[in-house]
Design a protein around this ligand. Structure first.
Ligand SMILES: Cc1cc2nc3c(=O)[nH]c(=O)nc-3n(C[C@H](O)[C@H](O)[C@H](O)COP(=O)(O)O)c2cc1C
Length: 362
């Protein structure tokens, strides 16, 4: 539990000690990270979009064996998605991918076909049932917040967080009954929109009838103090928690975040055909000038699958996709998740406390 006290009404709503929520991050946020954050008084989240239902259940059990504090599970509800990516036919491999594959193979890494079943409503329903069986306290909805899912969560005693990147989506999530809206600015890592957090937060606060949580590029307490002052009730922090021993990616991925300089992330369709922010490296470089060869979602996801999974499994620094936010340039250390949370709280309290010395008002 954090040494300093930092509470907002969101803490009462979610039954947590400090208003810092660790973001759902595919391939990164499993049981160890979620448990560490929840145990320290924040809200830990298991990213459940891509893993199989059985894996999701294992991760929930792992968290429950470590802490009985509230847990969040992040599930994707895509409006338009094929049930099975194997139904999606690829006519031709884009040339940049062929080049990437060749380079990866030259590094001695085998590129094999992958079984990528991600993102269907059937899959989401199965994962919801698992959450209900284990009395998961909070469900985060990504890629849409359908009314039926919110109602099912409420019937089973779970609160619903909706993660959105636009005011339009925030409005529909609130209409559909979400208890909390997370507004993710374009600064954020992973799938991200094009509106900056500053503007998006102001837009959504104009009409929100539920607590609004800020996300995108948040890596220190001075930022959190500013966002709380602006009206957010908490923060949803992703990239900062990748650079922890508890996150499930390899050391090269973590180090890439610590070493990232200014301007080193790019928002592009290259990852899966939807806009994703990631760190620039050889993986993004091969696509430069080949934007017209990027396929629409989910074709691009399917095309990239074998190369992306092989490079990630081998933790290749230059050749793996490294989704991360613009805040990477301010992250300078790999620190246990509980210590990250503690530091964020201390910095926020210090920043808020110092305000009266630096700003005159009245
Ligand atoms: C590696 C990575 C994977 C992500 N995967 C997901 C995901 O599976 N589901 C989701 O709702 N958001 C996902 N996101 C977005 C995060 O939930 C969050 O909104 C974002 O990380 C906040 O910005 P920040 O990274 O700058 O803190 C991902 C972000 C990253 C960096």
């Amino acid at each position: 539990m954090a040494n300093k006290k930092l509470r907002t009404p969101l803490c009462d709503l979610l039954n947590i000690e400090v208003p810092i929520l660790q973001a759902g991050m595919g391939g990164v946020a499993f049981g160890p990270l979620a448990a560490a954050v929840s145990k320290a008084g924040g809200l830990g989240t298991i990213a459940a979009i891509s893993p199989t239902p059985a894996r999701v259940e294992e991760e929930i059990k792992l968290v429950r064996s470590i802490t009985d504090k509230p847990l969040c599970v992040d599930i994707g509800f895509p409006a338009r998605a094929p049930k099975d990516l194997s139904e999606v036919q690829l006519d031709k491999m884009p040339e940049p991918l062929e080049r990437l594959q060749k380079e990866i193979e030259e590094l001695g890494v085998e590129v094999k076909p992958v079984d990528d079943q991600a993102m269907s409503i059937e899959d989401a329903k199965e994962k919801l049932e698992i959450c209900f069986r284990h009395k998961v306290e909070v469900v985060a909805c990504a890629l849409g917040t359908p009314k039926w899912a919110v109602e099912a969560c409420h019937e089973n005693g779970a609160k619903v967080i909706s993660v959105v990147g636009s005011a339009r989506h925030a409005r529909s999530a609130i209409r559909n009954g979400a208890d909390v809206v997370v507004v993710q600015g374009t600064e954020g890592g992973g799938h991200t929109g094009d509106v900056g957090l500053n503007t998006l937060l102001a837009e959504v606060l104009e009409f929100a009838t539920v607590p609004v949580v800020a996300a995108g590029g948040i890596v220190n307490g001075a930022q959190i103090a500013g966002l709380l002052t602006a009206g957010a009730q908490g923060v949803w922090v992703g990239t900062r928690f990748i650079a922890t021993p508890e996150s499930s990616v390899g050391p090269n991925y973590k180090q890439s975040i610590v070493e990232a300089d200014y301007d080193q992330t790019i928002r592009s369709l290259l990852f899966d055909g939807l806009y994703v922010r990631q760190i620039k490296n050889r993986y993004t470089e091969v696509w430069e000038g080949h934007e017209d060869e990027m396929l629409p979602y989910p074709l691009q996801r399917k095309a990239q699958g074998p190369v992306r999974f092989a490079a990630a499994a081998a933790d290749l620094k230059d050749h793996q996709a490294l989704p991360a936010g613009q805040g990477s340039s301010v992250i300078r250390d790999i620190l246990p998740a509980g210590a990250v949370l503690e530091r964020l709280v201390e910095e926020t309290v210090a920043q808020l406390s110092s305000l009266q010395n630096r700003v005159q008002f009245g």
